[in-house]
Design a protein around this ligand. Structure first.
Ligand code: SAM
Length: 299
């Protein structure tokens, strides 16, 4: 029998048992342990420093292919599991994993002009505006409804020469798309250093120099200089941070400039509309329960 490269063992448990179960699995040779919601319980907007946990958790432990899991499985203490916990072991090869990743992220058309292409796949339509993207460890491949709605709106809105602020830039996907559609410059802002790295790498991948696309942390001095400078401010964050950032995002936008806000669920629209009343937000699109809000700062 030929061995696979890896084995994955999935078990179900409760929030308070996750830590001892993880410890037990690592002591028995697990190389990595990942956690997923086992009951469709969303965890939205944790506060800074909070690590929320679902009540019912699916724990997946990764082992090397040559580990004999049968005796380890037999020795797993029942008190570490949820009652009636299901348990499943599957084996897979490195090659399978690469294929799964590549199948998940294919070239996507986001608007009449715009395509997002994984950096390892040649563009489908060479004449289109193609953003070549590798998200790295940051959010933003275009597959999420919020990103897709922003990209569609930017494709419609950009005529050429606009200055963009992309607050919560993640992989840089929105700013880079805006620049390739004809915007003159963009400033990306993110509080995650991995997003800063991914945005800069993606800019380089698309031959966009630092003179057109700068990427900074939210406390960077440059943001003060950008007061009332953006023709379009786009922010795909979440309702909580968008409410906290309202004065800042409105302040960064030029009189007459537009704001595109998403990461907001339909039920959260009234709060956002009230907090941003000065720019007259309206829902311009919705997808999978998420909405895109668009407003304009008065002249
Ligand atoms: C949902 S992702 C959006 C990424 C990308 N713009 C897109 O549309 O796909 C949100 C990004 O906002 C960043 N973020 C969250 N809160 C932030 C804050 N208060 N200030 C700056 N960035 C923030 C996160 O690190 C993350 O990269």
């Amino acid at each position: 029998m030929s061995l696979s490269d890896w084995q994955e063992w999935v078990v179900e448990t409760h929030a308070q048992l996750v830590e001892p179960l993880e410890e037990w699995l690592f002591e028995r040779g697990a190389l990595a342990v990942s956690l997923e919601d086992n009951a469709d319980e969303p965890l939205l907007e944790p506060g800074p420093g909070e690590t929320p946990m679902w009540q019912n958790v699916q724990v997946t432990a990764l082992f090397a292919g040559d580990v004999d899991l049968a005796p380890i499985k037999a020795a797993l203490p029942q008190p570490l599991l949820a009652p009636d916990s299901k348990s499943a072991i599957s084996a897979f090869d490195d090659r399978d994993w690469e294929r799964v990743c590549m199948d998940d992220f294919a070239p996507l058309q986001m608007g009449p002009r715009l395509w997002i292409c994984p950096s390892w796949i040649p563009p489908v339509d060479k004449a289109a505006v193609n953003v070549m993207l590798d998200p790295g460890l940051a959010f933003g491949t275009g597959t999420h409804a919020t990103t897709a709605m922003c990209l569609g709106a930017l494709d419609e809105m950009i005529e050429g020469g606009e200055r963009i602020i992309d607050f919560g830039c993640g992989s840089g996907i929105l700013a880079i798309a805006a620049l390739k559609l004809g915007a003159s410059s963009a400033l990306g802002v993110d509080n995650d250093p991995q997003a800063i790295t991914a945005s800069r790498d993606n800019a380089q991948r698309n031959a966009i120099g630092a003179d057109r696309f700068e990427v900074v942390l939210p406390d960077d001095d440059q943001l003060a200089d950008r007061c009332a400078s953006a023709d379009i401010t786009v922010a795909n964050i979440l309702a909580g941070p968008l409410i906290e950032l309202a004065d800042r995002l409105i302040g960064l936008t030029l009189p007459g400039g537009r704001l595109l806000l998403t990461g907001v669920l339909e039920a959260q629209a009234p709060q956002l509309i009230e907090r941003y009343r000065e720019v007259g937000l309206r829902t311009s699109n919705s997808r999978d329960g998420w909405i895109l809000l668009v407003g304009q700062k008065p002249h």
